[in-house]
Design a protein around this ligand. Structure first.
Ligand SMILES: Nc1nc2[nH]cnc2c(=O)[nH]1
Ligand SMILES: [Zn+2]
Length: 451
C-alpha cells in the first residue's frame, strides 16, 4: 500500500459485502461497506462505502489501495471451533459404529497413545491445522493428548501456521480401559505446570494454554482439585466434557455419589468459571444450566459427534433461554467432519429433529446457527472482546467467500439476492468457496506454508 504504508496506519482496506452477527442480530449483511485493518491487525473502521474519500484523508490511504471484492463475494468472520481433538484427526470419517465408552476404549485411547512420538504428532497436527484453516476456522479450542512435548509441538505448529487457538494437554490419572494411557496424579500435575509455563515463556501471540481434565470419569478428586487450583492461580481457560452420554452419566453418579449432579462435580473443584467451556451437555438439567449461567461457563455444542456416536441431542433453544454462552464444535473424531459449516448444518438438523418431536418448538434458524459458529464461539471461549464479528477494535479474523468460484458446489442465478446467496453458502458451501483466510489481519490461507 503506497500512502497508507507511508502513513503506517492501515495495512488493508477492503470494500464490498460483509456478513456477520451482532448480539442483537444473528445476521447483518452490510453491502457496499469499507473496512480498514490497522497495522496491529485490528479493525480500524467499518463504514458505508460512500465514506471512502473521508476515510482516505483520515487514515492516509488512497483509493488505489482499496481492494474491491468481486460482485458476489463477501467476508464472514473467521469461524470458531470450540471443541476439537487434534490427535483424533487420523481416524476422522471412520470408527463411527460404537457408543462413547466403547469408542474411547477401542479407537481413541490406543490412537492417542501414539503421540508419544513427536514425529507422528508433527505430521498429523500440521495436516489438521492446515485443513481447518482451509475450511475457514480461524480459532480452535484443541484437546491434544497426555504427552506434554507433543502438545507443545501442536502449539508451535498452530502459531506458525497463523491460527488462533487454545491448546490443552490432556489430564487423566484414571483409565481402566487402556491402562497405559494415563499418568500418575503427581506427574500429571507437574507436566501440566510445565506445559503452561513453557507456553507462557514462548510469548505466542495467537496461542494460549487451556487446563484440560479429559472428563470426570478419567480424573481423581485430587487431580480435579489441583487443576482447579492451577487454573485459578494463573487465570486460565478450562475445558472438559460433560453429560454427553447416558453411560457416562451413570459412571459419574457412581464415582461421585456426594455430588447431586454432574455439574456439581466440576463446580466442587472450581472448574466452572467464566473461562470454562464444556463439550456436549446433552443431558444437562435446567438446574445445571442455571449453574452454568451463574458461573458464566459455556457449552460447546458438538452436533455431528452427538449424532455419530448416538450420544444424545442438545436442546440449543433451552441453553439459549437459560442465557448460557454457547458455541459450536466439530469434536473430531467423534464428529467426522473438520468443517464448521458441517457443524452449523448439524446444529440446524438436530434442532429440526427436536422440532418434529416437540410441537411448538422454536427451531434454530440458519442465521442463529451462523451466529453460534462465529460470535457465539467467541463468547464461549471468552474471546468476545477480541474476535467474533466485524466491530471496530476487534482483530480482523475473516474469511473471504466466493460463491461463484468455478468449482463451487452450488449455483447462483440471476436475481439471487445477497441474502439468498448467503443462505445457499451456509447450506451448500464448502472449502472450495474459501478464497482467503485472515487471522489478526494476516493472510494465513493461501500462504507459502500451504505449498
Ligand atoms: N466425544 C468425546 N467424548 C469424550 N469424553 C471423554 N473423552 C472424549 C473424547 O475424546 N471424545
Ligand atoms: Zn470431545
Amino acid at each position: 500500500m503506497s500512502r497508507g504504508a507511508a502513513a503506517g496506519q492501515v495495512q488493508h482496506v477492503f470494500k464490498g459485502t460483509f456478513a456477520h452477527s451482532t448480539t442483537a442480530e444473528p445476521l447483518q449483511i452490510l453491502d457496499n461497506t469499507i473496512l480498514g485493518v490497522d497495522i496491529n491487525g485490528k479493525i480500524a473502521f467499518i463504514e458505508p462505502g460512500d465514506q471512502e474519500e473521508i476515510l482516505c484523508d483520515k487514515w492516509g490511504f488512497s483509493s488505489s489501495d482499496v481492494k474491491s471484492l468481486q460482485d458476489k463475494d463477501f467476508f464472514i468472520p473467521g469461524m470458531v471451533d470450540t471443541h476439537i481433538h487434534a490427535p483424533q484427526y487420523t481416524y476422522a470419517g471412520i470408527a463411527q459404529d460404537y457408543s462413547l465408552m466403547k469408542w474411547l476404549k477401542v479407537f481413541t485411547f490406543p490412537t492417542e497413545l501414539k503421540y508419544e512420538s513427536k514425529d507422528f504428532a508433527k505430521d498429523v497436527y500440521t495436516k489438521l491445522v492446515k485443513r481447518t484453516l482451509k475450511h475457514g476456522t480461524t480459532t480452535a479450542c484443541y484437546f491434544a493428548t497426555i504427552h506434554t512435548d507433543s502438545t507443545l509441538l501442536l502449539a508451535e505448529i498452530v502459531e506458525k501456521l497463523g491460527q488462533r487457538a487454545l491448546v490443552g494437554k490432556v489430564c487423566m490419572d484414571i483409565n481402566d480401559a487402556v491402562r497405559s494411557y494415563r499418568e500418575e496424579t503427581e506427574e500429571c500435575i507437574e507436566e501440566t505446570k510445565r506445559f503452561i509455563q513453557e507456553i507462557i515463556n514462548r510469548k505466542y501471540t495467537l496461542v494460549k494454554p487451556i487446563v484440560t481434565p479429559r472428563f470426570a470419569p478419567s480424573c481423581s478428586t485430587q487431580l480435579l482439585n489441583d487443576l482447579g487450583d492451577i487454573a485459578k492461580e494463573n487465570d486460565l481457560h478450562i475445558q472438559s466434557h460433560i453429560s454427553e452420554n447416558k453411560d457416562e452419566l451413570n459412571i459419574v453418579k457412581d464415582m461421585f455419589p456426594e455430588c447431586g449432579c454432574y455439574t456439581e462435580v466440576y463446580d466442587k473443584y472450581n472448574l466452572l468459571t467464566s473461562k470454562t467451556v464444556m463439550a456436549h451437555g446433552c443431558y444437562l438439567s435446567n438446574k445445571e444450566l442455571e449453574i452454568f449461567c451463574s458461573k458464566g461457563s459455556a457449552v460447546a455444542h458438538c452436533p455431528n459427534s452427538n449424532i455419530s456416536l448416538c450420544s444424545g441431542m442438545l436442546d440449543v433453544r433451552n441453553v439459549l433461554n437459560h442465557k448460557v454462552k454457547i458455541g459450536l464444535g466439530t469434536d473430531v473424531a467423534g464428529g467426522y467432519s473438520t468443517s464448521m459449516l458441517d457443524a452449523v448444518r448439524k446444529a440446524i438438523e438436530t434442532s429440526k429433529i427436536l422440532t418434529i418431536q416437540k410441537p411448538g418448538y422454536e427451531t434454530l434458524s440458519y442465521k442463529e446457527a451462523f451466529q453460534l459458529a462465529t460470535l457465539g464461539g467467541s463468547q464461549a471461549l471468552a474471546l468476545e472482546d477480541t474476535i467474533g464479528n466485524f466491530e471496530v477494535g476487534k482483530d480482523f479474523d475473516a474469511v473471504l467467500i466466493s460463491p461463484t468460484t468455478t468449482d463451487s458446489s452450488f449455483d447462483v442465478f440471476a436475481g439471487d439476492t445477497k441474502k439468498v446467496i448467503f443462505e445457499k453458502f451456509i447450506n451448500l458451501g464448502d472449502d472450495r468457496n474459501v478464497m482467503e483466510v485472515y487471522v489478526a489481519g494476516k493472510l494465513v490461507f493461501p500462504s507459502m506454508c500451504f505449498l
